[in-house]
Ligand binder design. Structure first.
Ligand code: ADP
Length: 437
């Protein structure tokens, strides 16, 4: 500022000197000189004012685009350049911070909607668009209850209870379960946060179903056992035949509960991520011969069982687990094939894959059931499964064992004609033998 005053002072001093000089040499010349100096001054300032206005009118205000000035304007433009530079710097900083904030918001798994006091959408992020079926471009300013119409949501919004979240199930567009939380925000605004809890909800449902299923499975044998125990305790001198029948029934039910507990323990071991696979070279031909003998004894001569070992290849895996998986499939074939039926057990290698399959001429399975057979406790025919000692966990165990061996289970079946359960082992699990195909 002082620089500007100094320069203006110099100009003024020059004008006064010119005036005095003029007055000394004659009054007319004095006024003439003064007018010329003032005119030069006016032109000088007008030129700079025009340059300043032109600069103000451009959109891109950088310090390099500031016009060059002379005289007092030199200092003004220098100050302006400094000011623009510092403004640009803080603008850049703000842009950077805004970008970072946008990146953080975009990376957040939760959706966010800003609502005004009457629940109109002011802004939302892309996650909230996906969660709640909002299109911000079209729906900005719309009432949120036009997008999310569930009664529970409308009531939650109206209640304004900010301390309690809402669980919202089965959204219109996606089958999502969302946890909705309202937070007071700004002046009479509200922030709606949506979190996708579909997988937690699914796990929770599975846990509930699992407990309900186990309780159901245990209740029947326990009822039978306790009924017989009551009868034996109540009656003195009970008929020995009845006593024998009661003991046999109790033994059967206890064995059933034991099977169930064993299968549950096996499943839990297989599911435990810390339980690593104990790999060794599994001699498939010898394992299959062993399983074939067991099938013969289980069938007790009621079926015609064929064993076809078409490959000497071995498998890299856990013998105990593979025995349990393949034993389950063979056991099922025996249990679900009526007397007189045929069962084929086969081991071969085709197109570099190891194939183990069990084919039966049993009751068969309706197509609709096939995708769900490996679910725990899923049964097509409850009574047949239980009557033949099934726990409903056999195929779930098979699925886990195969997953641990990167193998796949293929099921094909025709109702009334029979079924085929085929395990495909990947080439990397095959250990050289005589390769076929
Ligand atoms: P379960 O102990 O009931 O046999 P699994 O998990 O082994 O349980 O099998 C699930 C269901 O799949 C069985 O209840 C049965 O309905 C069906 N199933 C399995 N194997 C066969 C088969 N070979 N033939 C017909 N149905 C079968």
């Amino acid at each position: 500022m002082s620089d500007i005053f100094r320069r203006l002072g110099l100009v003024l001093a020059a004008a006064i000197v010119a005036l005095l000089t003029g007055m000394i040499s004659g009054a007319v010349y004095g006024w003439f000189f003064l007018s010329v100096v003032l005119l030069i001054l006016v032109i000088h300032h007008t030129r700079h004012l025009i340059a300043l206005e032109e600069w103000l009118l451009i959109s891109d205000h950088t310090s390099t685009s500031i016009p060059a000035g002379s005289g007092a304007w030199d200092a003004v433009f220098a100050h302006l350049a400094r000011y623009v530079r510092s403004q640009n710097k803080s603008q850049q900083l703000m842009d950077l911070e805004l970008k970072q904030l946008q990146n953080v918001t975009a990376a957040m798994p939760d959706g966010m909607v800003i609502l005004d006091e009457t629940d109109h959408i002011q802004w939302c992020d892309p996650v909230a668009e996906k969660h709640l079926g909002i299109n911000l471009e079209l729906d900005q300013g719309q009432q949120i209850t036009n997008m999310v119409r569930q009664q529970s949501f409308v009531e939650y919004l109206a209640a304004r209870k900010f301390n309690k979240p809402l669980m919202l199930k089965q959204m219109r567009h996606h089958r999502l379960t969302l946890l909705i939380q309202l937070v007071p925000y700004g002046k009479n605004q509200r922030l709606l946060i949506s979190r996708d809890v579909t997988s937690y909800e699914r796990i929770e449902t599975m846990r509930r179903d699992f407990i309900a299923n186990i309780s159901h499975e245990l209740r029947t044998p326990l009822t039978v056992v306790s009924g017989y125990l009551e009868m034996l305790a109540a009656e003195d001198g009970i008929d020995s035949e009845l006593q024998r029948l009661a003991l046999t029934a109790m033994q059967e039910q206890t064995a059933r509960m034991q099977c169930l507990v064993e299968d549950l323990l096996t499943l839990s071991r297989l599911e435990n991520a810390l339980n690593k696979l104990h790999e060794s070279t599994v001699d498939m031909p010898s394992l299959l011969r062993e399983l074939y003998r067991e099938a013969e004894s289980l069938s007790a001569g009621k079926h015609k069982i064929h064993l076809d070992i078409a490959s000497e290849n071995q498998i890299l895996g856990s013998r105990e687990e593979l025995r349990s998986a393949m034993g389950n499939l063979i056991g099922n074939a025996v249990r679900y094939t009526p007397e007189g039926g045929e069962i084929h057990i086969c081991w071969k290698v085709r197109h570099g894959k190891g194939l183990f399959y069990v084919r039966d001429t049993g009751v068969g399975i309706e197509q609709a059931h096939i995708p769900r057979l490996t679910e725990r406790f899923y049964r097509v025919d409850n009574s047949r499964s239980r009557d033949t000692g099934g726990t409903g966990l056999g195929l779930a165990i098979v699925k886990h064992v195969l997953n641990r061996h990167q193998a796949r289970l293929k099921i094909t079946s025709t109702i009334g004609k029979g079924s085929e359960f085929c395990i495909q082992f990947p080439a990397k699990r095959l250990i050289a033998g005589t390769l076929h195909g």
